[in-house]
Design a protein around this ligand. Structure first.
Ligand code: GLV
Ligand code: MN
Ligand code: MN
Length: 417
């Protein structure tokens, strides 16, 4: 006998959620079970097509803005600002299938679950799929939410170019997701994002849910070193100006800088482009990226000064010229006490182990915090791994987080009865 509706536990449907993860995870799947679904690629288009279809099937009103951010909204009883949940559906190259798409699909699952339970909410409840969160193809990261929050002009975002020189605005149009809606902040009751932790803390402590209190400060820099391209054989060592030797110095220096500053700071050179990149030529030019993160903005200031100095010294030693641009900075972002509280209450009523946590990765929630009360739910990452094919979160660890997201959204939206 089917129990009366009130007696059905207020939970999401785990089987349906995992089926959706498998189906979307096949779009851009790598042979080793990871994901390559770069922003505005053909795979991104196919993933978006599937998400739009599912949003429409769930009865949501779907709109797309001029940055390609996709919105699906379920009406509430009153014409109030909606509670939005979401994340991104792009990935890094040879990344995993949990970073981003899990948050999008948990948002969809929460909305489908409202239907299962026949719940009407006071506020509308919706979901957002943000464009180019990863910053892997077009820099900087979190571009869709940055433009929405008014932090980066739409034209600047359109003019971002990938490594082959293709323009973001053209690629958005090519895949058919340059929508008609203005990309601008609207009144939202709240924004909630579920994401994998991408670090080891929850797993190490045997907890299922992270109640995210905020995100660390992030700075990205771009360095181009120019030396003299010449033959690797006849050119004596004493007359060389090797851009890659200077770059190697910078890479070592950036690592040493983090050790010197200490505390929680992390520094990474993740990208290196060498010209002409052949065995028998002295590298004439090298471009590289520098990523710096710390919970304290003042430590980032110190690090950027340190980078200015170590680049100057490395270039001087090798006799090369350079351009260094500190082109992207997001301050430490605390989340809203009401939303953090709603997530914590939800985790408690799910009955899982949870703790408060600070995010070391950037998320669209970082920009959304400037738009409306914002918070996040973390679920554990196996061995803390992410941005790799080994990225994994067990269904047993996903379910409590998905339920916490569902219950937090429901409490912020309010039941209509
Ligand atoms: C996004 O993945 C970031 O933290 O760079
Ligand atoms: Mn992500
Ligand atoms: Mn990521």
């Amino acid at each position: 006998m089917t129990p009366p509706r009130e007696e059905i536990p207020m939970r999401i449907n785990r089987t349906r959620l995992m089926e959706s993860m498998d189906a979307l995870g096949r779009v851009g799947e790598t042979p080793r079970g990871g994901l390559t679904r770069l922003a505005l690629s053909d795979e991104d288009r196919l993933g978006r097509d599937l998400l739009v279809r599912w949003m429409r099937e769930a009865g949501l009103t779907v709109t797309i803005d001029r940055m390609g951010n996709m919105f699906g909204v379920r009406a509430g009883r009153e014409a109030l600002p909606p509670v939005m949940m979401g994340s991104h559906a792009d990935s890094v190259p040879t990344g995993g299938r949990y970073d981003g798409q899990l948050g999008v699909l948990c948002a969809l699952e929460a909305i489908r679950s409202l239907d299962d339970h026949g719940i009407r909410t006071r506020h509308p409840v919706g979901m957002i799929v943000f464009t180019n969160e990863e910053g892997a193809r077009f820099q900087p990261a979190m571009l869709g939410s940055a433009v929405l929050a008014g932090k980066i002009p739409l034209e600047d975002a359109y003019n971002a170019r990938d490594k082959d020189g293709l323009r973001l605005g053209d690629e958005l149009e090519r895949i058919g997701y340059l929508g008609p809606e203005p990309c601008a902040a609207r009144p939202y009751r709240a924004y909630l994002e579920l994401h994998i932790e991408q670090g080891p803390q929850l797993e190490e402590e045997g907890l299922q849910v992270g109640v995210v209190e905020g995100i660390v400060a992030i700075a990205w820099s771009r360095l181009t070193l120019r030396g003299v391209q010449d033959h690797a054989g006849p050119t004596p060592m004493r007359i060389r100006h090797d851009a890659l030797v200077a770059a190697a110095d910078v890479i070592g220096g950036v690592r040493a800088l983090a050790r010197r500053i200490g505390g929680d700071i992390v520094t990474t050179v993740g990208r290196l482009d060498v010209v002409p990149n052949i065995p028998n030529a002295i590298p004439g030019a090298v471009s590289l990226s520098i990523d710096v993160r710390d919970p304290d903005d003042r430590q980032i200031d110190r690090a950027l000064e340190g980078i200015d100095e170590l680049v100057r010294e490395a270039a001087r030693r090798e006799g090369v010229t350079y351009d260094l641009a500190h082109y992207w900075r997001v301050p430490r972002t605390p989340f809203h006490a009401d939303v953090v509280g709603a997530v914590e209450d939800a985790a408690r009523s799910v009955g899982c182990g949870y703790r408060r946590i600070l995010s070391g990765a950037g998320h669209d929630a970082q920009y959304m915090a400037a738009v409306c009360p914002t918070g996040m739910v973390f679920v554990p990452s196996r061995a803390g791994r992410s941005h790799c094919e080994e990225e994994f979160t067990a269904p047993d660890d996903i379910e409590p987080g998905a339920n916490a997201l569902f219950l937090a959204a429901l409490s912020l939206a309010g039941r209509a009865e």
